[in-house]
Design a protein around this ligand. Sequence first.
Ligand SMILES: CC(C)(COP(=O)(O)OP(=O)(O)OC[C@H]1O[C@@H](n2cnc3c(N)ncnc32)[C@H](O)[C@@H]1OP(=O)(O)O)[C@@H](O)C(=O)NCCC(=O)NCCS
Length: 194
Amino acid sequence: MVAVEPYSPKRLDATLEALAAAFVTNPLHLAAFGPERLDRTRFFFRVGLRHMFTGSAFVAVDGGEVVGYMHFNTAPQCLPPPEALPAFAAAELRPLEDAVPRVIEWFARWARLDPEEPHAHLGPIGVVPGYQRQGVGRALMKPYVEHLDGEKIEGYLETDRAGNVDFYKKFGFSVVRDENVIGVPTWYMRRPPR
Ligand SMILES: CC(C)(COP(=O)(O)OP(=O)(O)OC[C@H]1O[C@@H](n2cnc3c(N)ncnc32)[C@H](O)[C@@H]1OP(=O)(O)O)[C@@H](O)C(=O)NCCC(=O)NCCS
């Protein structure tokens, strides 16, 4: 049975594998890193787990195996300022080689669109392919939605799959903007405070 627990860095490697498996075929990852770049996706999430996902994080665990991950953070800590990205990339993202400019463009755009209003920003959330469509994503969303309702704060997220838009609508999110980012259709969604 799948249980949702707070993330611990003791689970770093298992969580990286789960995130890489969940995201390796996502359109933004394909556009930024190239096809079949599990190595780059895993490295990208290693940097994320160490430096960027500093808010509240949870894992879905089945018999000791990590099968999903969810993180949210409260503005303004949710994304680095766009002007800080090139230096951060030069220091932390060098192994991504030719993908670095695309990663900078991607996150600079997201950072520029980050709402000024107080909000709790979701991302990443991922479930390994073999566990998708079985309620694990819903279980991972629970602590986030409880936080939004408890704090009466707005929810916000970006996504690069049309199917995910339907997933998030089930939790009260609606699309506030859509556009291409590094050539990939991307949706921005908000959930008003309740
Ligand atoms: C998005 C994701 C986390 C959803 O997790 P999941 O475990 O498959 O979702 P669940 O099984 O808990 O689904 C919850 C509900 O959303 C619906 N849903 C899930 N994925 C959907 C999709 N692609 N299209 C339409 N509805 C979807 C389910 O039918 C279910 O509805 P119900 O509870 O009313 O029956 C998962 O698909 C995933 O990890 N995708 C790859 C990585 C990714 O894109 N992450 C999000 C980046 S923004």
